[in-house]
Structures are given as C-alpha cells and as structure tokens.
Design a protein around this ligand. Structure first.
Ligand code: ADP
Length: 255
C-alpha cells in the first residue's frame, strides 16, 4: 500500500518502495512507501514484530546493509538521499531516540553525553555548552549537567537522550517507543516537549492514547507491510481495522 497524500514540494521524509530483510532471515519490510510533511507528526503503530523499529532505523541509516546499496536511494530526508556519502548530513537532520536509553547514553555525565553530538558537529566548546544548557532546559532538566547518567530515573534518562537529540537541532525526530515505562507525569511532560518541537516527527508507539493526542496522521504496519495510512481518528477509530491487526481502539475514540 502507498500513502501519497503529500505533494513533492512539501516533503521532509520520503520513503519509496522500501523492502528489507536481515541477513539470512525472511522479509521484515515489504514495499513500504510514505511521505512526511514538514512539521507533521506521524504515529507509527502495529503489533510487536511488525517492523516499526526496523523502519525507523532506516531513516538515519542505522542499518548498515542498506548504506552500501547506493543503486537504490529509496529514502530521503529534506531531499537528501540516505546513502553512505551523505550519512553525516542525514544524521545531522534526523534525531533518533532509541527505545532503551541504555543503548543511547554512553558518557559518565549528563553534560558529556548531551555535548557529544554538538561537539561532533564541530561546534566550539562555548557553543556546545550553550546547546547543552538550552536543550536540558527544554526537557525540564536544567542544572543536570554534572549528574551521573547512571544515577537517574528511567524518565530522566529518556529526557537526557532527548536533550542530546535536541542539542543537534535536527529537523526530523524518529522516536522508538518514547513513552514506554514512563510514569504518568513523565509521560505528560514528554508529550508537552514533543508538541513544542517544530520539525517533523515519526513516533513508533503502543501508547495509542498518546497518538490520538499528538499525531496528525497514522501509519499502521503489520507483517512488514503498510496496511493503512490516514488521519489519526480515521485509522485508530476503525474498530474492524484495529482488531484485524491485533490492536484496540484507544479509550479517547471509543463511543
Ligand atoms: P517492532 O518494532 O514492530 O516490534 P522490529 O522491527 O523490532 O518490530 O522487528 C521486526 C522483525 O524483525 C521481527 O520479526 C524481529 O524478530 C526481526 N528482527 C529485529 N531485529 C533483528 C535483527 N537484528 N536480526 C534479525 N532479525 C531481527
């Protein structure tokens, strides 16, 4: 199935006929096509094993097998094809949040972790310090710079990861289960942060009530195929469609 609602001039993310399998395994993604407009927030939903994480990882070239395949540039970000020669440019544009903060945090202190991206982009120490300060404040963690990344709650670790993403000033956020394991207050805080982000977002999540709150459109993935795409209420409010793909209509859309 192809979702082609967005005109070419207004495309932040373009995925065209993407198919993928892990080495030696079966197809995990089959013929996926969609676009995301600037500023648009997309909910990526589907049962476990549908291929959501695998799809997100393609958006900033985290899956290296595709990077060597320069003959088919099936993904582009702001018009830049995702390929080996452009990988730095693509990663500058796409901020990727791993499901598990422990896959993302690797420095002893919050400051070092959040500063890593800006310094890697070539910013001066002073500019990087300012970015760290601003991005920690934007996620409600002002003053956390000297704290150990190992001595934070899960919600705080997720927000530090997000601060590291924001510090690089990406135009697109690709977020893998950002709300999992958060308590209600941390979840609400994160929703507020994402609502204020002005770029495009694609969010893989099982938290369908958040999708109703946050997302303009939904892509429904199952068995590695795009089964439905459209306005959030149309997709998530369709009880037969949801049941067919092992999902439930979220509370806020139940009549
Ligand atoms: P989702 O995020 O929707 O739960 P995933 O993208 O994580 O789905 O997984 C899709 C399929 O790919 C699953 O069958 C999973 O077992 C398989 N898979 C995920 N990662 C790997 C990997 N590194 N190697 C081989 N198979 C994988």
């Amino acid at each position: 199935m192809t979702d082609s609602k967005v005109t070419p001039a207004s495309v932040a993310v373009r995925v065209e006929r993407l198919s993928f399998r892990y080495p030696g395994g079966p197809d995990v993604l089959t013929d996926i096509s969609f676009t995301i407009a600037p500023g648009e927030i997309i909910g990526l939903v589907g049962p476990s094993g549908a291929g959501k994480s695998t799809l997100l990882q393609h958006l900033n070239g985290l899956l290296p097998s595709k990077l060597s395949d320069t003959s088919t540039n099936v993904i582009s970000i702001d018009g830049v094809p995702v390929s080996q020669p452009t990988i730095s440019e693509v990663r500058r544009r796409v901020g990727f949040l791993f499901q598990d903060p422990d896959d993302q945090l690797f420095c002893p202190t919050v400051f070092e972790d959040v500063a890593f991206g800006p310094l890697n982009l070539g910013l001066t120490n002073d500019d990087a310090r300012q970015r760290v300060c601003d991005s920690l404040a934007s996620v409600g963690l002002a003053g956390y710079e000297p704290r150990s990344t190992l001595r934070l709650s899960l919600g705080e670790r997720k927000r530090v990861c997000l601060a590291g993403v924001f510090a690089c000033q990406p135009s697109v956020l690709a977020l893998d289960e950002p709300f999992s394991s958060l308590d209600p207050r941390a979840r609400r805080t994160l929703i507020g942060i994402l609502k204020q982000f002005s770029g495009s977002q694609i969010i893989a999540t099982h938290d369908l009530d958040v999708v109703v709150d946050l997302c303009h459109r939904v892509l429904l993935l199952d068995g590695g195929q795009l089964r439905a795409a459209g306005p959030t209420a149309d997709i998530l409010g369709n009880a037969a469609l949801m049941e067919r793909h092992g999902l439930e209509v979220p509370w806020r859309l139940r009549r």
